[in-house]
Design a protein around this ligand. Structure first.
Ligand code: GTP
Ligand code: MG
Length: 213
């Protein structure tokens, strides 16, 4: 039996697979970079294939959530790879750029695809990124918010550049995930994948994004 001082046995630890989808250049990789490393690059290379990263957040003193993040490539030529990344995903962040109206249409089509083909219980968040450029806004907050409500999505406007609402977005998703059923008392390795190694190998940088195929 664990000793009284073994406080780790009282902590809850859960890990979830999260996928980012959205048109190229809306800022998916930048949101991940802000969330994982608290950094921002004014010039980021477009993602090739997909990149894999992990980030762990403390929801409260006893609950830790680890996200296994698949940052997909938004360019059209990679579209057919997407199901590989959203299959089995517990949650998805579908990103559009508030300064590009067409990127919301693309986001809506990703939401439709997820709702048809991803996990039945997937939590989907819609993120209107580049909030720091609100003087060039083409998508009104209320329009996106109403759509998100109708479609049953979480909704945030974010800025990977300033960091506004980035932690809030991922934290809100973590709160909606079914912690009880996934919680483990052990910090067990994920099924069949050495995440720590793949995380190092595939962490995106300015020079390379690890292709996962
Ligand atoms: P793909 O990998 O091609 O799918 O693109 P992406 O969605 O990952 O976009 P990425 O993060 O590479 O960002 C595209 C460009 O937008 C880069 O030049 C970023 O610096 C810029 N960018 C991303 N987020 C923001 C933001 O919040 N504000 C501003 N001003 N620029 C941003
Ligand atoms: Mg990218």
């Amino acid at each position: 039996m664990a000793g009284a001082r073994d406080s780790s046995s009282a902590t809850r630890f859960a890990q979830f697979k999260l996928v980012l989808l959205g048109e190229s250049a809306v800022g998916k990789s930048s949101l991940v970079l802000r969330f994982v490393k608290d950094q921002f690059d004014d010039y980021r290379e477009s993602t090739i294939g997909a990149a894999f990263l992990t980030q762990t957040i403390a929801l409260d003193e006893t609950t830790t959530v680890k996200f296994e993040i698949w940052d997909t490539a938004g360019q059209e030529r990679y579209k057919s790879l997407a199901p590989m990344y959203y299959r089995n995903a517990n949650c998805a962040v579908v990103v559009y750029d508030i300064t590009q109206a067409a990127s919301l249409d693309k986001a809506k089509s990703w939401v439709k695809e997820l709702q048809r083909q991803a996990n039945e219980n997937i939590i989907i968040a819609l993120a209107g990124n580049k909030l720091d450029l609100s003087d060039k806004r083409q998508v009104e907050t209320s329009v996106a918010e109403n759509y998100a409500k109708e479609a049953g999505l979480l909704f945030f406007e974010t800025s990977a550049k300033s960091g506004e609402n980035v932690t809030e977005l991922f934290t809100e998703i973590a709160k909606r995930l079914p912690l009880e059923s996934s919680t483990s008392r052990q910090r067990a390795a994920p099924k069949g994948v050495d995440l720590s190694r793949s995380s190092n190998r595939r962490a995106p940088s300015q020079t390379s994004n690890g292709c996962t195929c």
